[in-house]
Design a protein around this ligand. Structure first.
Ligand code: TPP
Length: 293
């Protein structure tokens, strides 16, 4: 299906030589980008009146580290065959990905205001047929790791050196398919693959420890044959270092367990499961934007 004109990269690939995106942003600049992304998440879910702000806010620094520091990509040429792939398995965090893609130039920032409208290229859960830069349609949890393994193995078979990154939720790891995939990634020594778990401790109904205890979480991944790295998931430098370290690992996949806070950056949303899947009201949008000024 052809993309609607407005969903195409913000500057025509014909008029601009598509460059590999590279950012020399300092830590202070990345903190400013993080605030911008959080403001986008609040504004767009508030305007839509629905969506998932909590697990979008927790993933912001993970996305910044990847899109501004780690992955090789061309926003003007989203299907560039050599690009590193980022796969959002926790598809309900679409607002965070859309905000990141818009800030990188995949489509105009103004488009964010159309989130969840019928005619928008930004649906409530990711749709790779509609949104430039989205690699997988997601929303049914538990599938992204399997998909990512396929993409990574295809790269290996085609002698490509791209790397594949997939972001999972910790609650998502209740899904059995995640562990079948984890087993096969280790079995097939998929070392061009990095899984990141947004380990915010909560899922739709509350704390994981009450709904389905995942402990001992790092030991489980290790037992499944993965290299495990734990970081503060709100520290872009720690995340970037972890991604660099993962590049050196040979013969096994790597998982980065990123310790995060659900609703990060907005006091009344932090660790508050109510904002898993509830949009802020107009009043709450005002309060949140004040905190993120
Ligand atoms: C297969 C499937 N079951 C249930 C849901 C409903 N659901 C949406 S988000 C969510 C909780 C996910 O928790 P987590 O992965 O920790 O996400 P985060 O807390 O980071 O938002 C659930 C159960 C779903 N989207 N897919």
């Amino acid at each position: 299906m052809a993309l609607p004109e407005k969903c195409k990269p913000s500057t025509s690939a014909k008029s601009v030589k598509a460059e590999v995106f590279s950012s020399s942003a300092s830590v202070a600049e990345m903190e400013a980008i993080a605030k911008r992304l959080r403001r986008h998440i609040i504004t767009m879910t508030g305007k839509a009146g629905s969506g998932h702000p909590g697990g979008s806010l927790s993933a912001v620094e993970i996305l910044i580290a990847l899109y501004f520091k780690v992955i090789r990509h061309k926003p003007q040429d989203p299907h560039w065959p050599e690009r590193d792939r980022f796969i959002l398995s926790k598809g309900h965090a679409a607002p965070a990905l859309y905000a990141t893609l818009a800030e990188c130039g995949y489509f105009p920032v103004d488009e964010l205001a159309t989130l969840r409208r019928m005619d928008s290229c930004l649906q409530g859960h990711t749709d790779c047929t509609l949104t430039p830069g989205v690699e997988m349609s997601a929303g049914a949890l538990g599938q992204g790791l399997s998909f990512a393994i396929g993409v990574a193995l295809a790269g290996r078979l085609n002698l490509k050196d791209y790397r594949v990154y997939v972001l999972l939720g910790d609650g998502e790891c209740d899904e059995g398919q995640v562990w079948e995939a984890a087993m096969s990634a280790a079995h097939f020594k998929v070392d061009n693959l990095v899984a990141i778990v947004d380990n915010n401790g909560q899922q739709i109904d509350g704390w994981n420890r009450d709904v389905m205890n995942l402990d001992p979480f790092p030991a489980k991944w290790q037992a499944f044959g993965w290299q495990v790295i734990e970081v503060d998931g709100h520290s872009v430098p720690q995340l970037t270092q972890a991604f660099d370290k993962a590049k050196l690992v040979k013969g096994q996949p790597t998982v980065i367990i990123a310790h995060t806070v659900k609703g990060k950056g907005v006091s009344f949303m932090e660790n508050n499961p109510y904002f898993h899947g509830t949009a802020p009201t107009a009043e709450e949008v005002k309060l949140a934007l004040k905190e993120l000024a």
